[in-house]
Design a protein around this ligand. Structure first.
Ligand code: MLY
Length: 269
């Protein structure tokens, strides 16, 4: 059975606080996801945000959609919340005086776009306008404080939402650091990014959450350990020189004379 991550326990053990709800541009209650795999919609091309393209829902996870631009490849999928301002029902672009564009990297000749569009939309299942949700307003200023915990999209593995900490705050940006991952996945983003969520958002929305990694001391301290195995001794106690103990005996290494010990071993002695 799926056990949700115990944030209360983690906040206590790490002696830290959750960033308050009002810091985030997220709905107080995560939006309902009525989208189905295969539905088509309009989305801004993430690689060329001046273009509105046709996208297909490839996957759904909690209130998020995995999207693929029609006419593009399967290597550039992206995730959007159902209350993203970057997705709309088919027809929205034309109603607002725009024209649907081929995605960046359209796999056919540009001249075949009008016919491709026609064939793509013919008989397609289009996501109804009523299942799109209005984007929340969000805070008017950066209210984050260094050390606060949050849940954040791992931009290198964007299907994942993970345990994270505000590592730094600068003007309208925050540095998102992933607990237990030694900085390899950290990034800066605006305080009103749609990729950051309050503690408990995943559990509330039915989205999986990645617990802290175990690749640094912070992660290791919170790793689940059976009660039968004693806690490791902190390095300050185990590695510091103990002047009361006698010096250890010299180490003797025996090497057979017929063997080569390498350039640093003198076998003539
Ligand atoms: N298999 C990948 C996943 C890394 C995920 C890191 N996130 C959770 C911050 C790896 O180990 O590199």
């Amino acid at each position: 059975t799926y056990q949700p991550f115990d944030w209360d326990e983690y906040l206590k053990e790490s002696n830290s606080e959750a960033a308050p709800l009002h810091c985030f541009k997220q709905a107080v209650n995560p939006p309902i996801n009525d989208f189905k795999v295969g539905m088509k919609l309009e989305a801004l091309d993430p690689r060329n945000v001046t273009s509105t393209c046709i996208a297909t829902v490839i996957n759904v996870l909690g209130p998020r959609l995995r999207l693929r631009l029609d006419g593009s490849d399967n290597k550039n999928d992206f995730w959007r919340l159902v209350d993203s301002s970057e997705i709309h029902a088919i027809g929205h672009c034309e109603k607002s005086g725009g024209m649907l564009q081929p995605p960046l990297g359209f796999r056919m000749n540009a001249s075949s776009w009008p016919m491709f569009l026609l064939k793509t939309l013919n008989g397609a299942e289009m996501a109804p306008a009523k299942i799109f949700q209005k984007e929340p307003l969000g805070p008017g200023a950066n209210l984050f404080v260094v050390g606060q915990k949050l849940e954040a999209v791992d931009k290198k593995n964007p299907q994942l939402i993970c345990c994270a900490t505000v590592g730094a705050v600068k003007n309208d940006q925050i540095h998102v650091t992933f607990d237990g991952w030694r900085g390899a996945f950290d990034y800066w983003c605006r305080y009103d990014s749609r990729d950051i969520f309050p503690v408990g958002w995943c559990a509330k929305s039915g989205h999986p959450m990645q617990p802290p990694g175990q690749k640094n001391h912070a992660g290791a301290r919170f790793r689940m350990r059976p009660a039968s195995i004693p806690a490791p001794i902190p390095p300050t106690e185990s590695l510091e020189a103990d002047t009361s103990a006698p010096p250890p005996p010299p180490i003797v290494i025996h090497i057979r004379k017929t063997c080569s010990g390498g350039p640093l071993i003198d076998t003539t002695q």
